[in-house]
Design a protein around this ligand. Structure first.
Ligand code: UD1
Length: 317
């Protein structure tokens, strides 16, 4: 099943142009002279009004799913105007945090079986919130137990470290934000620009995957390092200056043509990626990091598909 690949993680990284195509298929409406470009999420269309009117949206998940939701939080607030809060499922349960009937709770889980997320679903249901699922697995407990939702359609993911499910989750939550914002005329240009970029996304990902060899070489340079610090934020220049002052070895991922502005004093390695709308840039930027993580792990002799002490989906509390 791994085909020409050595590991599932490698296969799943390289599958992303196809998995994203399937995620987006049938869900982006190109529009015409009379009709704006729009998004169609079959599973949500009857619930959008309720979600727009909710007092807040809670994103609830664990691990990578939580982080995919975090990556789309700002866009959802921007386009829907509804406040979005983030909850790690176990923490919500430990606190017995307040949830109200006027809330929309969005449960994000690749497998749809994550124990903590499922328990949080029962908890939110008992408080009367509208429960929305975002999962990769049709027929899973979360898919069945939520009031409505969206299947991410990324195809089966076997590698424990999530790659294609993560990028498809971000794509789906971006479409969720677009769908929620659809009744607002003032954001139409922004929404259409995002839809244009989503249509380009599979090709862009294919282009970034050509960094594979470069990332393998970089992994060879880094394989004996003790630690690797990752920094990411909207403004990075001051962080870069401080790291340079401390003689840090800088590896910079930036948009094409931005290297001279982002790090005027140079860096030991610059990785340039195509630039898309800010909200979907995470899908592009993660690709070189996935490749680096993969090659570093293999070079260091660890089990890349099943890292020790980690399960693909945690189905016990
Ligand atoms: C659906 C079909 C798809 C078909 C398309 C054609 C299924 C599973 N999907 O996709 O095969 O090509 O119509 O229009 O038959 N749901 C939840 N919770 C979740 C995820 C989904 O309740 O966590 C519900 C949705 O609200 C919806 C149903 O499951 O009622 C299917 O969701 P989804 O597959 O995302 O819908 P479509 O994209 O319309």
């Amino acid at each position: 099943k791994k085909g020409n690949y050595d590991h599932y993680m490698q296969k799943e990284i390289h599958e992303q142009p196809e998995s994203l195509t399937t995620t987006l298929r049938g869900r982006l409406i190109r529009g015409d002279d009379f009709k704006a470009k729009s998004v169609l999420l079959g599973g949500l269309k009857d619930h959008l009004r309720t979600i727009r009117r909710s007092r807040r949206v809670l994103f609830i998940g664990c691990g990578t799913s939580y982080h995919a939701a975090l990556a789309t939080r700002a866009l959802l607030e921007e386009l829907s105007g509804v406040p979005v809060t983030m909850e790690i499922a176990s923490d919500l349960l430990d606190r017995q945090g307040p949830i109200y009937r006027e809330d929309t709770a969005v449960f994000v889980s690749q497998s749809g079986e994550t124990a903590d997320t499922l328990q949080a679903l029962e908890y939110a249901k008992s408080h009367g919130a509208l429960c929305v699922g975002i999962t990769n697995t049709v027929g899973s407990a979360i898919s069945r137990g939520t009031d409505c939702g969206v299947h991410i359609n990324a195809g089966c993911e076997i590698g424990v470290a999530s790659t294609k499910a993560y990028t498809s989750q971000i794509a789906v939550m971006t479409m969720l934000a677009l769908a929620l914002g659809e009744d607002t005329i003032s954001t139409r240009a922004r929404r259409e620009a995002i839809i244009d970029d989503l249509l380009e996304l599979p090709n862009m990902v294919k282009e970034v995957l050509q960094l594979d060899e470069e990332m393998k070489e970089l992994a060879k340079e880094l394989m004996d390092e003790q630690s690797l610090l990752l920094f990411g934020r909207g403004k990075q220049q001051s962080v870069i200056q401080q790291l340079q002052a401390r003689k840090g070895r800088l590896i910079v991922i930036c948009s094409k043509g931005d290297a001279a502005t982002v790090c005027p004093n140079g860096a030991s390695h610059v990785i340039e990626v195509p630039q898309l709308q800010d909200c979907i840039q995470p899908i592009i930027n993660i690709i070189p990091l996935q490749l680096l993580a993969y090659h570093l792990t293999v070079l260091r002799g660890f089990n890349v598909d099943q890292p020790r002490n980690l399960a693909k989906s945690v189905t016990t509390e």
